[in-house]
Design a protein around this ligand. Structure first.
Ligand code: SAM
Ligand code: SF4
Length: 290
């Protein structure tokens, strides 16, 4: 699918649940999100059926996300089925890691193409304060196991002023030997995040350069997203930046989003979307859905 701006749209992020086992203060309220009614959430077979339409339209790369994707019952069999679907070239997940350890053997076996593990802090107290849960040890255990699994692994970290800003070099250092990339995501000041202050990518680059030496721009293709990467001499992994605020990347955006209730969204900055659940449940054919 080439859109009217000439962008090749081949990437879909699928949220398979709106629920989560953490309550990161910039993302979820303490009480969690108002749960969608059971009937409002797409069944995973329905998601697979929509994916057949998407692949027919040229979407070949899928990111499974949430909420926390691994809290959805049968998330792993779903990922396996998607991975085996004709036309699907790549399936990756984004996870907070709490349920990852037990899922890893099957994810590895089905050929999962990548894991993005969210890790905003390496300090247990900061983790507890930020996520309102006690989970750092479990996440770090999953990190170790994910490294050992050989599945390409990237760390996502959202730098926040007065929360984890002093830890960024330590987190970045995971890319020295262990992971393919550590990516710093600029905090988008939407919803609950508006009460926090993110840190511009330029500032983080300067902080890392002071700690580790020059960061050299690296144009190796590392994924499907808008991250841009830097190399540090002697490091195996790269440092990435997803800086939606300080550098607009709309012109490179190649993604669609499917929400857990079956709405197709084109842009995070807009609320509008297309309801796919209703036609799907009313028996629309693949051609009609497309
Ligand atoms: N629960 C999973 C996780 O945390 O990896 C998947 C969903 S979570 C919404 C995906 C990523 O979005 C996480 O890395 C999280 O830190 C990031 N995120 C959430 N709210 C954000 C915001 N306001 N600005 C930037 N990134 C955000
Ligand atoms: Fe859950 Fe991910 Fe949001 Fe944290 S960022 S509350 S782990 S969905």
């Amino acid at each position: 699918m080439i859109d009217s701006y000439g962008r090749n749209i081949d990437y879909l992020r699928i949220s398979i649940t709106d629920r989560c086992n953490l309550r990161c203060r910039y993302c979820m309220p303490e009480a969690g999100v108002e749960p969608l009614a059971h009937t409002d959430i797409l069944r995973l077979e329905e998601v697979l059926s929509l994916c057949e339409s998407f692949t027919a339209l040229g979407i070949c790369k899928f990111k499974i996300t949430g909420g926390e994707p691994l809290v959805r019952w049968n998330a792993v069999p779903f990922i396996k089925q998607l991975k085996a679907m004709p036309g699907v070239e790549q399936v990756t997940i984004t996870t907070n890691g709490l349920e990852l350890a037990q899922a890893l053997p099957e994810l590895q076996q089905c050929g999962l193409d990548g894991i993005n593990l969210s890790l905003d802090t390496l300090d247990a107290a900061t983790y507890r304060q930020l996520t309102r849960r006690d989970g750092l040890a479990k996440t770090l255990q999953a990190l170790e196991m994910a490294i050992a699994s050989g599945i390409p692994l990237k760390i996502n970290c959202v730098p926040i002023k007065d929360v984890n800003d002093h830890e960024l070099p330590r987190i970045a250092e995971l890319a020295r030997e262990q992971v393919r990339a550590v990516r710093f995501i600029e905090l988008m000041p939407i919803g609950l995040a508006a009460q926090f202050q993110g840190i511009p990518a330029d500032q983080i680059r300067a902080q890392l350069a002071a700690a580790f030496g020059p960061l050299k721009e690296d144009h190796t293709k590392m994924g499907n997203g808008p991250a841009h990467y830097y190399a540090i001499e002697g490091w195996r992994g790269k440092i990435g930046f997803i800086d939606a605020l300080s550098h607009c990347f709309c012109q490179q955006c190649n993604r669609l989003r499917l929400t857990a209730d079956g709405t197709l969204k084109l842009c995070l900055a807009h609320d509008n979307g297309v309801d796919l659940k209703t036609p799907l449940r009313e028996g629309a054919s693949q051609a009609e859905l497309q």
